[in-house]
Design a protein around this ligand. Structure first.
Ligand code: AMP
Length: 144
């Protein structure tokens, strides 16, 4: 079986190129973070590398090393901004592994005791709710 290759037509590549809108919370030369439009928890945020890669299996080790401190930085801000008690990190690889969008992304899911995650891709969140959560997370990043 040949290795799957990166396709620049995926939705997150379009967001990175500015061809699709996103509720951005963070951006630098390495990473981009934005609100998931079908959140499994309030404040569900995605962090992606700017480097073109499908998932954890093909990202260059040096790009992953640069990315992970950004994932941590945004995770801390998400937890603080959402006043969460905990945070779940999820990351899926290839269709059989649950991946739907083929540009590497880390899911940051704020958690509260006794509150289950919603099932994946069930409901689009209202844009004003996503905008309000993004604003809180940007504020937490600015004060970090
Ligand atoms: P997965 O590939 O299974 O890790 O999940 C892809 C995630 O991307 C899902 O949680 C979707 O809700 C989310 N998603 C899909 N399209 C967009 C978009 N345009 N903006 C933000 N999140 C998206």
């Amino acid at each position: 079986m040949s290795a799957a290759t990166y396709e620049g037509s995926n939705i997150f590549a379009k967001i990175l190129r500015g061809e699709m809108p996103a509720h951005k919370v963070f951006e630098d030369d390495i990473a981009f973070a934005f609100m998931d439009i079908m959140p499994r928890a309030d404040g569900h945020t995605l962090v992606i590398p700017k480097a073109p890669c499908r998932n954890l299996l093909d990202i260059r080790a040096e790009d992953l090393s640069a990315l992970m401190p950004r994932v941590q930085k945004v995770a801390r801000a998400v937890k603080q901004a959402m006043q969460a008690e905990g945070l779940t990190l999820q990351q899926f690889n290839e269709q059989a592994g649950g991946q739907v969008v083929f540009h590497l992304h880390f899911h940051l899911l704020p958690r509260w005791s006794g509150v289950s995650l919603r099932p994946p891709a069930t409901q689009m969140e209202k844009p004003d709710v996503l905008a309000a959560h993004a604003e809180k997370i940007r504020a937490a990043l600015a004060s970090a």
